[in-house]
Design a protein around this ligand. Structure first.
Ligand SMILES: [Zn+2]
Length: 237
């Protein structure tokens, strides 16, 4: 059967101190197991561009998985990249470019006793990863709710993040990820006009032929959902 799924990760092997951070984190051991499972279940791991070909109706047979990492945490470099390299899997990291080399300041209201603060990739590491085959996508400059800020700032958050990442890594930035999965028609129009080929949302689901390239659904591979929603149907069909 034909199936395409975009998986969304945040931290890999990061600290998980409460329900929220546990939801946004998988251990490196679990991550390694999941990467192995994709292979065992017969998925071919492809880039977002290939997912667009699938959604656009190009005849592609088989099971396709695409790996995306939101926010650009430093633990991607330390814990996820070595595993991806081992399997030769492509991946896309959505960076919050205005905060590169700093921490997830947009979450600061949720920090608890110093926990919850996570370091983000700096430009040197991003450049190294880009040279190592990782694709970078844009996730705005500062991670705002794009539907709640003035139109001019919304436009800058989208376009400037694309331009800055392209400038720093020397590679094109073709995909965008809406912070908090928050978008409306105006936000989608700006993303299109900025020259992106597609954008990922936070809605759950598989990618289907005919899907809108600017509302791509994803699956969050939490430890409990993983086997039932990703692997078992693939093994059984
Ligand atoms: Zn985010």
């Amino acid at each position: 059967m034909n199936r395409a799924v975009i998986l969304v990760y945040h931290s890999v092997g990061g600290p998980a101190v409460d329900a929220r951070t546990r939801r946004l984190n998988v251990s490196q051991r679990m991550f390694s197991f999941q990467m192995w499972s994709l292979k065992a279940a017969g998925y071919r791991v492809v880039s977002l561009k290939e997912i667009l070909e699938f959604a656009g109706g190009t005849e592609k047979r088989g099971r396709f998985a695409c790996l995306t990492f939101d926010d650009g945490y430093m633990d991607f470099y330390d814990n996820a990249f070595p595993v991806l390299k081992k399997y030769g899997y492509p991946s896309t990291v959505f960076m919050v470019s205005g905060l590169a080399g700093r921490v997830n300041l947009w979450d600061s209201a949720k920090y608890k006793n110093g926990y919850g603060k996570r370091p983000l990739l700096d430009w040197q590491k991003a450049k190294e990863l880009s040279a190592g085959g990782v694709t970078f996508g844009a996730h705005t400059m500062t991670h705002p709710h794009l539907t709640r800020i003035p139109a001019a700032r919304m436009k800058d958050e989208i376009l400037d993040s694309k331009l800055e990442i392209e400038d720093r890594t020397g590679s094109p930035v073709d995909f965008f990820c809406y912070p908090y999965g928050d978008y409306n028609k105006d936000v989608m129009r700006e993303v299109r006009e900025a020259g992106f080929l597609g954008a990922t949302s936070s809605k759950r689901g598989f990618v289907l032929r005919g899907d809108d390239f600017f509302k791509l659904k994803r699956m969050g591979p939490g430890p409990m959902t993983w086997l039932s929603s990703i692997c078992m149907p693939a093994i059984n069909t």
